[in-house]
Write a protein that binds this ligand. Structure first.
Ligand code: ADP
Ligand code: MG
Length: 363
């Protein structure tokens, strides 16, 4: 079987704005038909620019963009069969929810009254908007407004949905609810969806695939698990995961890997040493869940508990080992005293290693 055409394909796409801003830098990315892809990265890394190019609101300065195999530079925004939902849900304030939904179709002038009615019924059904239909936007909560904005995209039945930080304005509970709702919408519609967020947590819960960006460049593309377990570089390692991975400098000594700020050596196996010995100095990364707090074990090092955080589903211990601050994940409500000495041990197979100058992963 021939491979299905990509819904969206960016090939060496760059975007420069006046004033020497390289917002997007040589991005190549292929998004399959029906896929849910999340673009994630800190503010200013070029996420919205990528979405706007896909939607046709900006054109690439360099490179090629294909939509369903067609060169997008020849397609007007209105001919791209794309609906975009923004963080600021621009609903018409003087119109009711029903009128807002109708307007999304009227403006195209392409549907009969029956068709409009049917499409609205469907969207209302999917998003549970019936109780809101006669209200004006000012009488809706933030989450409800966002659902209406979603409904307005939905009635157009586009092939591609683009979401630009649609959940950023919502409180934590509403955010979770909308995450679930978007996931449900995706599996029901089987449409191609691209969502942009600066929140790694949102990316982890929603994407089939995550595209992690920094400074206009793709850092890594993969499933949430791939990015978490095998980050391609230090940037991804520290951006994905809460609390972030512990990352600190280390160098080789006779006694093994020497954790510089901690001032302690860490004994490693022959195999580990022979594999990485040629790298004199590197960054070591350890996820908070991979330290174990133990009674004085041979290869453990001593730290002092500084802060304890009980989050219900887990607890976090912030500990200090000489000049090295570490965060350690422990079972819910496990108790330690501030100032208490603890022994941290670590299995070498759970250590990440990064190039000290480029940040690239060695493992
Ligand atoms: P993100 O959505 O990840 O926050 P953007 O794509 O909005 O990032 O912006 C990327 C970079 O491009 C930022 O440095 C931003 O200031 C700049 N930028 C965005 N739009 C414009 C514009 N119209 N003119 C000039 N610079 C812009
Ligand atoms: Mg943005």
């Amino acid at each position: 079987m021939a491979e299905a055409k990509s819904a969206i394909e960016l090939s060496h796409v760059s975007k420069a704005y006046p004033g020497d801003v390289d917002a997007v830098d040589n991005v190549s990315l292929s998004i399959r038909e029906g896929e849910f892809v999340v673009l994630v990265g800190p503010s200013g890394c070029g996420k919205s620019s990528i979405l706007r190019m896909i939607a046709g609101l900006e054109s690439p300065s360099e490179g090629e963009l294909l939509l369903h195999g067609e060169d997008a530079s020849k397609l007007e925004p209105k001919d791209r069969d794309i609906a975009m939902v923004f963080q600021t849900h621009a609903l018409y304030p003087h119109m009711t929810v029903r009128e807002n939904l109708e307007f999304a179709l009227r403006i195209k002038g392409a549907y009969s009254a029956t068709e409009i009615k049917e499409r609205i019924r469907e969207a209302v059904d999917i998003l549970d908007l019936a109780p809101l239909l006669d209200r004006k936007p000012k009488h809706l909560s933030g989450g409800q407004r966002q659902r209406v904005a979603l409904g307005r995209a939905l009635v157009r039945k586009p092939k591609i949905f683009l979401f630009d930080e649609p959940l950023s304005g919502l409180d934590a509970k509403m955010k979770n609810q909308m995450c679930v709702e978007l996931g449900r919408l995706h599996s029901r519609l089987q449409a191609t969806m691209v969502l942009v967020t600066h929140d790694q947590n949102e990316a982890m819960t929603m994407g089939d695939r995550i595209v992690c960006l920094s400074n206009g460049k793709i850092q890594q593309v993969g499933t949430p698990m791939e990015l978490y377990e095998h980050p391609a570089n230090e940037f991804v390692a520290s951006f994905i995961g809460v609390p972030p991975m512990n990352i600190f400098a280390a160098q080789w000594t006779r006694d093994g890997l020497y954790f510089e700020k901690a001032g302690v050596p860490f004994a490693v196996s022959e195999e580990f040493a022979s594999r990485y010995r040629s790298i004199p100095r590197m960054l070591v990364g350890v996820r908070p869940e991979f330290f174990t707090i133990s009674a004085a074990a041979p290869n453990a090092f001593v730290a002092t508990v500084e802060v304890l955080e009980h989050l219900g589903y887990e607890s976090l211990v912030y500990a200090q080992c000489n000049n090295l601050s570490l965060v350690v994940r422990v079972p819910p409500f496990e108790n330690f005293d501030v100032g208490e000495k603890i022994y941290l041990s670590l299995d070498e197979k759970n250590i990440h290693l990064f190039d000290i100058s480029t940040g690239a992963s060695f493992r």
